[in-house]
Design a protein around this ligand. Sequence first.
Ligand SMILES: [Zn+2]
Length: 438
Amino acid sequence: MKKILFIILAIVFSVFSFATEIKNVILFIGDGMGENHVVATSFLEKKELNMLKANFFGYIQTHSLNNEVTDSAAAATALATGYKTNNGMIGMLPNGEVIPNLAEILSKNGYKTGIVVTCRVTHATPAGFYGHVASRDEESKLAKQLVDSNLTVVFGGGVNYFKDLEEDLKFNRFDYLKTKQEMISYVGKKGKKVIGLFNDDHLHPVTQRPSEEPFLPEMTQKAIEILSKDGGPFFLMVEGSQIDTRSHENNLDGVLKEVLEFDESIGIALEFAEKNPDTLVLVTADHETGGLILNVSGLNLSTKRGLSTPLGGSQTVDLETMKTFQSRLAKVIYSSSDIEELKTNIEQSFEVTLTPEEMNYIESSQDKQSAVFEVIVGKANCAAKWSTTEHTDELVPVFAFGPGAEKFSKILDNTDVPKIILELLEIEVSSSSLIKTH
Ligand SMILES: [Zn+2]
């Protein structure tokens, strides 16, 4: 029997040490990404997702001020300002009061700020971090507000709304990039801001993106590089904008690919956070879209051995089950001293039978945990189905990494997210910062 050296690196559940102070905050928003979008991607793409490696996770409720089911405008306002407003409104209360958002507040406190999206930068979610309009359709007005904002980095689509603003962009110290190649070679300059718009409208879906348009992980990487360059604190919001679009289309494969792209961007942020442990990385969603349901059968996913659901019956997989499954998997790998023992342990623990080909695949893989995950998840029968083409009022997950992450390990309201961020950063916002517009 051949001894296998199982790399402890495989156990990735507690990679980040806790620093007491927080300097940087990176907030990921998966538009329309409910719990089942995450779990379905992990199961159907047979991949342990970066976001599922969080030590702490919770759920947030998403209703808006005037509707049990929110839209992205009211949800972005809640996540960015800590205030509920009516659907369709951005950075503004129903009575017209303008409310400051995280990017504005942090910028006043010496932070560099940025937004990175795969939709038009004037779309609802990014607009929540610079805009103040009564209707999300006022995108020309939003474009002007963006140009006048203090954002240091803006990457996404939406050239059409900036055609008449090129002079204003220059005046407001923005370098203007139009292709992926320009972005890759761009070096941040002191005192300069940068906007990169890579499509007239939204970027192409991730599966059809042409070579001159960047992928979300590339934009995230460049944004972090620019924002962290001079060593000062920064705030970055990154949106997986088209998870929502594919969910409205009930296009499951499209959703999986958009979630994967989003998750790879999270991986980029986690790499940065590993080297800079004073970075809080949060991953959440503005609302769920599609009422996605996932059933899994053929694999024992139960949280305790001996209490398994009959394999013939299907199981719904929530985040708790998913995380328990992943940690059981890590334990099985860690406690097996050779490949024969690993086979026996997997078969007993998950009630599956492994073929010689599958064992060869696992044995020859560098990353044992990923290989075992891929093989055993591949044995499950997964059925995902949509309930609607609209948004739903389901709770959405929030995953947290780094200092203060434990604060997100419960059921929260979407308005709590920016409040907790500001509390952790010890920044107080007085109610006098509300500005009456009429
Ligand atoms: Zn939507």
